[in-house]
Structure formats: structure tokens, C-alpha cells
Design a protein around this ligand. Structure first.
Ligand SMILES: [Zn+2]
Ligand SMILES: [Zn+2]
Length: 353
């Protein structure tokens, strides 16, 4: 039977009948195409939306599912030899958070642009061991292995922001970091959203001579579920309709700032100019003044999505939802037995990468 922790944060009083799952497993998958088909067959008729990637190196998934279907999926996966005991991180929500069912084969599980030798990974720390080290080990360098826009809205206290816009840019950052410590390298503690990026990044650092490298197992998601919000500031950026979530119950100091007036804001928006779509933090007032756009230039574009006052931070939909140009669109939601999220895929690449 699946053990589900029930202390994940709830954000409203509506029933939280949906589970948002995050999981990955590094294992040798001989036939990724077959695994893609196996996954598709299992989820097809269930109330599940997801982004699932399969490669020869393993599986990386994010999913929202109606409770019973989430439990069925977790039990099914954990019974299979290949994914035995794979841990799932679970949040609760009131609706689906992905636009549809997406299962794809990928050459790389994480877009790094090179192979890594997993035997050279860092030391995994459980959330409790991580917390203890944060409190007692002051010499180590704390690195946030996520993109800059994720850091901006929330991070561990004292963490370094590598200021990368994509995961690939971490290669250049690593060079600079190694140069900063030409002689003795400090111990490094690193974390990311769900843990997978550290599996790759710890290898890069060790190759550069950083000998003592610690990585947070299960990432910030698991830390929040198991240890709560201590030492964390702000919200956690997530790659789905929720955009940002608290990592645990209770308030933490906010770190996000409106990019126009610099007042505190934890709301991300995609620029309403469909040719821009830039992701930015804004307060509601500044957003309203710019009809949802990131700049004056974008405001004068002809391709502006209607601005929704109610829930402007929901990710945007494809152009045909706004401009009525509907051709023969294949929409998997139409054949699902239960209704899925009302959105279709975003143009902007919002995968964890
Ligand atoms: Zn503002
Ligand atoms: Zn813009």
C-alpha cells in the first residue's frame, strides 16, 4: 500500500481530491519506446494529466491525477521491477495542473547536452540531514541548482544564485566557480526542485575538483513535506498551472519582487503579448496598468491575449483559444473520461530543466 504523507500544504478550503506527483528514477531502460507505450496505455483512460519523459537513462515525471488514479499509478509503478520503491513526492490540489497527457521519449532526461557518469554523484542527504547540516555546517557553499526565475521567488537562506536561465548554462557557471577557488575547494551543498538536476550537476562539480558535494534528496519538494519551511524563504516555483506553491504550511518571508515597482509579489505572469510570452513577477496593480504585458512595447502589439482580471497568473493557452482560429485540433482531453484541465500546452518551455 502506498504511504502518503498528509502534511503537504493546502491552499484553500475546496476539497483537495487531486494529487500532484513528482518523481524520477535513474535506471537503465532498454526500450524507451516500449516504456512510453506502456505508460500511455496505463494512463489513457484515467483522470491523469502529466509531463512524463522516458530515456535510456530512466524516467522523469510530473503528474496530476484524481486521488484514486494517483494511488493506482503509484502502486502500479512501485510493483514493477524496473521502478521498484521509486519515491513519489505528493502535493494535494483541487484540480488538474497540466494541460494534457504528455508522455515522450527523450534523448536526455535533463537537458545538459552531455553524458554524465552517475558513479561520480554527490552524497545524498535526507531532508532531515540537510536541515541539520544547514544549521551546523557554516563553511560550505550553498548552491541553488535551478534557473534564476525560480530562485527569485523563493530559495534557501544564504543560497547562491548561479543566474542561469537554462540548465545548460550551468556548465559555464561551473567553470567560473572552479576559477573562484583555484586552490582548496569548499564543501558544496546543492538543491533543486525535486532532486533530479542535482543528480547531474553534482557530477559536473566533482569533475571540477569539488570533492565534498552534498545534494538534497527529493529536492525542495520533499524537504517541505518532511521538514516544513525552516530556512526557506518565499515560494517554490513549479512547472505547472500552479506556478508557485508554498513548500509547507505557514508563512515564510517573501523574496519575490514586482519587476516594475519592486513591491513584494509572488505572482508570475506570462506577458500577454503572444509574441513575447516572457515570464515575469509583477504586482496586480502594475500588471493591470500594462494590460498584462511586460513592457510598453509589448502593450502595443497586435497579438495581445485578453487580460483576465480574475486569475491572470494562470499559464496562457494556445493562440486559437483567443483568436478563434480553430482547425482540426487533436485534443486528448476530449476523449478522456473525466475532464482534464481547461488549458492546452503553453508555447513557453516550462519544464524542469
Ligand atoms: Zn508593481
Ligand atoms: Zn512582453
Amino acid at each position: 500500500m502506498i504511504q502518503v504523507k498528509h502534511n503537504a500544504p493546502k491552499t484553500s478550503n475546496t476539497p483537495h481530491d487531486y494529487y500532484v506527483l513528482a518523481f524520477y528514477h535513474l535506471t537503465s531502460i532498454e526500450d524507451p519506446d516500449l516504456e512510453v507505450e506502456t505508460q500511455k496505455a496505463f494512463i489513457a483512460e484515467r483522470s491523469i494529466t502529466c509531463r512524463l519523459y522516458v530515456s535510456q537513462g530512466g524516467i522523469n515525471g510530473q503528474m496530476s491525477a484524481y486521488r484514486d488514479d494517483a494511488i493506482a499509478y503509484m502502486e502500479w509503478m512501485q510493483k514493477r521491477t524496473l521502478f521498484k520503491d521509486m519515491p513519489f513526492k505528493v502535493h494535494y490540489w483541487h484540480e488538474h495542473v497540466f494541460p494534457r497527457q504528455q508522455v515522450k521519449k527523450r534523448k536526455e532526461l535533463v537537458a545538459l547536452g552531455r553524458e554524465v557518469d552517475f558513479d561520480k554523484r554527490g552524497t545524498h542527504l535526507s531532508p532531515s540531514a540537510w536541515k541539520e547540516m544547514l544549521e551546523n555546517e557554516k563553511k560550505s557553499l550553498l548552491i541553488d541548482v535551478r534557473n534564476s526565475y525560480e530562485y527569485d521567488v523563493g530559495h534557501f537562506e544564504g543560497a547562491e544564485n548561479p543566474e542561469c536561465e537554462t540548465f545548460k548554462e550551468f556548465t559555464a557557471y561551473t567553470e567560473k566557480l572552479a576559477d573562484r577557488y583555484p586552490d582548496e575547494k569548499p564543501p558544496v551543498m546543492m538543491y533543486c526542485t525535486g532532486g533530479i538536476r542535482c543528480e547531474f550537476y553534482s557530477v559536473l562539480l566533482k569533475e571540477k575538483g569539488f570533492e565534498e558535494v552534498y545534494q538534497l534528496e527529493g529536492g525542495v519538494i520533499d524537504y517541505g513535506i518532511k521538514e516544513g519551511g525552516d530556512h526557506w524563504k518565499g515560494k517554490l516555483f513549479v512547472f505547472d498551472d500552479r506556478m508557485t506553491v508554498p513548500i509547507a504550511e505557514g508563512e515564510t518571508e517573501k523574496t519575490g519582487k514586482c519587476m516594475f515597482c519592486e513591491t513584494t509579489s509572488e505572482h508570475y505572469y506570462n506577458c500577454a503579448n503572444m509574441e513575447c510570452n516572457r515570464l515575469f513577477l509583477s504586482c496586480p496593480q502594475c500588471l493591470e496598468m500594462r494590460v498584462g504585458c511586460c513592457s510598453e512595447v509589448c502593450k502595443s502589439s497586435e497579438k495581445i491575449r485578453p487580460y483576465h482580471h480574475q486569475d491572470p497568473h494562470k499559464p496562457f493557452k494556445k493562440y486559437y483559444h483567443y483568436f478563434g482560429y480553430v482547425k482540426d485540433i487533436k485534443d486528448p482531453e476530449q476523449k478522456g473520461k473525466k475532464s482534464a484541465a481547461g488549458t492546452v500546452p503553453m508555447n513557453l518551455d516550462r519544464k524542469e530543466r
